[in-house]
Design a protein around this ligand. Sequence first.
Ligand code: 2HG
Ligand code: ZN
Length: 459
Amino acid sequence: MTTPDPDPLAQQLAEVVGDAHVLVDPGLRAGYETDFTGRWAGRARLVVRPGGTGEVVEVVRRCAAAGAAVVPQGGNTGLVGGSVPGPDGTDVVLSLRRLDTIGPLDPRARQITVGAGVPLAALQRHVRPQGWDFGVDLAARDSATIGGMIATNAGGERVVRYGTTRANVAGLEAVLADGGVVDRLAGLPKDNTGYDLTHLLAGSEGTLAVLTRARLRLVPLLPERVTALLALDSLDAALCVLTALRRLESLELAEFFTADGLGLVLQHTGLPAPFRGAHPVYLLAECAGRRDPGEELAAALEDAPVREAAVALHASDRGRLAAYRERHTEAVNAAGVPLKLDVTVPLDDLPGFVGGLPALLDGRARAYVFGHLAEGNVHVNLLDVAPEDEEAVTEAVLRRVAAAGGSISAEHGVGRAKARYLHLSRSAAEIRLMRSVKAAVDPGHVLNPRALLPPPGGA
Ligand code: 2HG
Ligand code: ZN
């Protein structure tokens, strides 16, 4: 048996990053080729792990010259196939995880500069003891990287108070397909000099540039917190409670799930049930402030239609309540390979949308719904969908969402999963404009060509 010739691109990239950081062996590549759910799996030509912006520039240049597509990857926790290579072994996965430097915290500017590969939890561990926090938080905090969160404009649990990731980024450094570097790291709060490139690149899903560093806005760490898990009759009741909670400036989190999802979580985790009885809907609310927000939370809930409530003040107890919501993703995963549809529906339509799902699905899937109530963000997780039904089921749900004026992607992005449905949420003129931007900065379709805006005919 003859050994295959070494890939010349692997040799060229090894000159830039060192042999140890070019992974060609299938065993070493594997962790970069499949997403967390197992739904998105591909085969990379190789994985390259540069250690700084200069190396990213050289890697992108050499891949472009070799005609290889580059798939930027952070923690690989995205759920729409946007950071996973295609199936044919031609894509280069560019892992940003080694760009994990955390710069000094600037309390006067309330900002910090970090490498794209810094995991969210590492940032939290760094800034919280100094009395600061990052406004975005999400369940995948241990693996999700800041670069990936910006590239996908991740939402998470605290959008109700702090907005999505884009709103929490003051500036970026990024490498373009031609190797040019965009440096907007000054993070000036006033800088009105034309197109906002930071906001354009945030949410561009690796299709316009490779994000290498970020200047993040920080918020004061609020010392007093109270978390409540509320058992409710229905989603209508949950919206009624939400209306009462929205008056509170301290409201940081309003998450919902249902009896079915809780059942799956209890079965998977072995956690004790939160209440003696079972209830149709649950709402997890958290308030935070300089002073104990417990009293104002209790006052807001006084006339609310709550069946049972559990309240926690201490971090470990709050974590125990949050686990019932945060562990949905892993519980669903343990039950099968889910078809995930992350959507926004107008709040008034949320009960009707969820209530109408069984008819829409018509026995073709087992549905679990949970999500971020204040934004109308429903995570529709479908199990047991036959492969031949996947497209029809996806289309039925997304068309229903679009018809109600919602969005086919609330917070996970478009990636490969939703690329063909983009027209349901974006007009022809908008898609033309997006394609013009892509064509102007990446005419050779080097950067993540299978995601968001694949060239007609497919990448
Ligand atoms: C969450 O809100 C994440 O926990 C994941 O966005 C959602 O697993 C999902 O569908
Ligand atoms: Zn979510």
